[in-house]
Write a protein that binds this ligand. Structure first.
Ligand code: HEC
Length: 149
């Protein structure tokens, strides 16, 4: 896996540019854009947009995306994911085992008497999907910067 690490200031324009590119163009272009100053790891961004978003879209956004913020938690923006829910942050970047979001999708919530399984009242999402989310958290839970709407 090639990694591009840059620590330069991020402009909203550049972030929007990278977001658009990451869905539209081959990796090399995204990496060039990232190297140009977005300061994000393009391989991990690609994992998020290609693999993680479809899982969240299919299972979570109807309660935690756009205008929907059950439990005070919106997960389809970087700001929302960073803020977490009523209890604060739900992801510890690099540590899936410490991340509430991961525990909840594994149906291993911290409170055994009042489990808060996600998605609620549904079977667990597939092991493969859980593994993908864990891998993404382990790699730093990279998300594209929010674009002003
Ligand atoms: C049917 C609606 C619904 C769906 C679908 C759903 N959630 Fe939730 N989620 C809730 C509700 C309601 C709460 C608040 C529960 C509470 O506070 O007791 C919540 C809370 C959470 C929290 C904890 C927020 C906090 O700190 O209190 C996380 C993390 C979470 N959901 C993740 C997910 C993930 C990941 C998915 C998809 C795999 C998902 N949810 C799917 C309704 C939903």
């Amino acid at each position: 896996m090639r990694r591009v690490l840059v620590g330069v200031g991020v402009g909203i324009g550049v972030a929007g540019f990278v977001l658009a590119l990451s869905t539209a163009l081959p990796t090399t272009h995204v990496q060039a854009a990232a190297a140009a100053g977005a300061g994000q790891d393009s391989a991990d961004l690609k994992m998020y947009t290609d693999k993680v978003v479809p899982i969240f879209q299919a299972n979570c956004y109807r309660c935690h995306g756009g205008m929907n913020h059950r439990g005070g938690f919106v997960m389809d923006t970087k700001a929302g994911m960073a803020k977490g829910g009523h209890d604060g942050s739900v992801i510890v970047a690099g540590h899936p085992e410490q991340s509430l979001l991961v525990k909840l999708i594994r149906h291993e919530g911290p409170n055994k008497d009042d489990p808060m399984d996600m998605p609620p009242n549904k079977p667990k999402i597939s092991d493969a999907d859980i593994a993908t989310v864990e891998q993404w958290v382990k790699a730093g839970a990279i998300m594209p910067d929010d674009v002003a709407k």
